[in-house]
Design a protein around this ligand. Structure first.
Ligand SMILES: [Zn+2]
Length: 515
């Protein structure tokens, strides 16, 4: 599943300039924060640049040390070669995060040539990613303002709708207001480790009332809600996160990203109904996003609304016919409905785009096995409009047997690419079983159980295999295991019925049972 994550929080612009700062006494020992400095290759004379930069770099170092006890240590500069046609500071920040790694430093600061940019904004910062891009302006006072403003963002400050502050979006001074001071001090010991949240659980508990108090003033500062949402997600209070996110949702497209994030978390936790609601909200902002339609489709199929799910996958493919995840999800739904040939056609189309997709090969192999060994369709899927496409190949026909031979080839390719998918081993077991290759089938099912000891289909495959061979002791063990795992399940009883049908038709079983 995609995670479009928390980059939004960093997307904050800086404006112009101002003067004056109040000193404050700090008694704690200073915290050292290393900054990796990377300068745009278009700025030709690096020595000259560094000489001029001294004024605003030293000013920023002094201010952060005296006000917050944060000792910024600049390393470098090294060179950064941004891609062509960046246009915006957001593009610059993405480019920087790909090309310039922290290499042991805490914050990455990129200085970008102003000629690359289409807007006059001076800076941007990512709170979670701990990176900053600042345009190389001629005016050292503008640079000092941009430095203080963006470094404050990395330490949790927000763009404010209140005049007279460094963080104000209207009118710019170098003064730190009380809220900004508190957020920076709260973030003084933040983590810079990539992939981990900046604040500890204790610091999050302290941050929530601080940001909430400011949010209660209703100044229209939407970033407060974004921070609060992130804090709640991090402390795993998804209901509070969703509530806060909804408060921020009005005329704030970034809120859609949070909805996606919440949807993904809900889906991952087996709460598909709640996930549906989040994706629907996100789609209000991005109706043409194929990934969102795909995610919504996944959540809908988890709630067994198969027709609606199929509609979402089809919409996704209408927007982008090369969007492989949606095509494979569609193939999965067709397969669940028993429409094996239609499913195989979707898989072949997906393999044109991604020839080495283990999932496409697995689904294709499975569809072809089921042409000769149809499995019971998933209840509801076979009745959904547009999913019930009749197969032209009949089980037991020479074409169906040929399909199984091909299936073995595709499943082995899938397993070679991704050996850890138990479903591929199960389908391979079924294919070998259909070819009466007992040892190969047994080995494939056992491989699946190695990966997933409680897999019902693997136990059923083995139970049926042993029963066909007349090894009733082993068969019974696996069938009993199915009942142990899911005593009342529809699936379990269906499997047992199937097993007994096979058993009844098998002479060896009758003879043994007659004893
Ligand atoms: Zn800002």
């Amino acid at each position: 599943m995609r995670s479009r994550a928390a980059a939004f929080l960093g997307a904050v612009m800086a404006g112009l300039l101002g003067l004056g700062a109040k000193p404050a006494t700090v008694e704690e020992p200073p915290r050292t924060v290393n900054v990796r400095l990377a300068v745009d290759g278009a700025i030709s004379d690096l020595t000259e640049w560094r000489f001029q930069a001294n004024a605003f770099i030293e000013g920023t170092v002094r201010t952060f040390h005296s006000r917050f006890g944060i000792k910024l240590v600049f390393k470098g500069p090294s060179r950064w070669l941004p891609g062509r046609g960046l246009g915006t500071l957001e593009d610059g920040l993405k480019d920087l995060s790909v090309k310039v790694k922290p290499e042991g430093c805490d914050i990455v600061l990129g200085i970008i040539d102003q000629n690359r940019l289409s807007s006059p904004s001076l800076g941007i910062a990512s709170y979670v990613g701990a990176s900053i891009v600042i345009a190389n302006a001629a005016d050292p006072r503008a640079m000092k303002y941009a430095m203080l403003h963006e470094f404050s963002h990395v330490f949790g400050a927000i763009d404010e709708k209140e005049k007279g502050s460094l963080m104000s979006v209207e009118g710019h001074t170098l003064d730190f207001d009380e809220f900004t001071t508190e957020t920076v001090l709260l973030h003084k010991n933040r983590s810079f480790a990539r992939g981990s949240f900046p604040l500890t659980p204790e610091a999050i508990e302290a941050a929530i009332p601080l940001y909430q108090k400011r949010a209660d003033r209703r100044l229209g500062e939407t970033e407060l809600f974004q921070f609060l949402t992130l804090f709640y997600i991090e402390k795993d209070d998804l209901d509070a996160a969703a509530r806060t996110c909804n408060e921020a949702a009005q005329d704030n497209p970034n809120a859609a990203e949070v909805q996606v994030m919440l949807g993904n978390i809900r889906l991952g936790r087996g709460e598909p109904e709640l996930a549906v609601a989040h994706y629907v909200k996100a789609l209000e902002h991005h109706p043409q996003d194929p990934g969102l339609h795909y995610s919504l489709g996944l959540a809908l199929s988890e709630t067994r609304r198969y027709k609606e799910a199929a509609d979402q996958f089809r919409t996704s493919l209408k927007i982008d016919s090369d969007y492989v995840p949606a095509r494979l999800a569609m193939a999965g739904l067709l397969l669940a409905a028993g429409s094996s040939e239609a499913a195989a056609a979707e898989c072949r189309r997906a393999l044109e785009d991604e020839p080495r997709s283990a999932q496409a090969l697995y689904l294709l192999g499975t569809a072809m096995v089921s042409l000769n060994r149809p499995f019971t369709p998933v209840p509801g899927a076979d009745e959904a409009d547009g999913l019930d496409v009749p197969n032209s190949i009949k089980p037991g026909s020479p074409e169906a047997e040929q399909a199984v031979t091909e299936a073995v080839k595709y499943l082995e390719m899938s397993i070679a690419i991704d050996p850890r998918n138990p479903r591929a081993h199960i389908s391979l077991g079924a294919a070998y079983a259909a070819q009466d290759k007992f040892a190969e089938a047994e080995s494939a099912f056992l491989q699946a159980l190695n990966l997933e000891p409680d897999d019902l289909d693997a136990h059923f495959g083995l139970g049926r295999l042993y029963m066909e061979r007349g090894d009733m002791g082993k068969a019974a063990a696996h069938l009993q295991k199915i009942l142990d795992i899911e005593p009342d399940s529809e699936l379990g009883s269906r499997m047992l019925n199937g097993a007994f049908q096979v058993a009844r038709s098998y002479p060896l079983y009758r003879r043994k049972a007659g004893k």
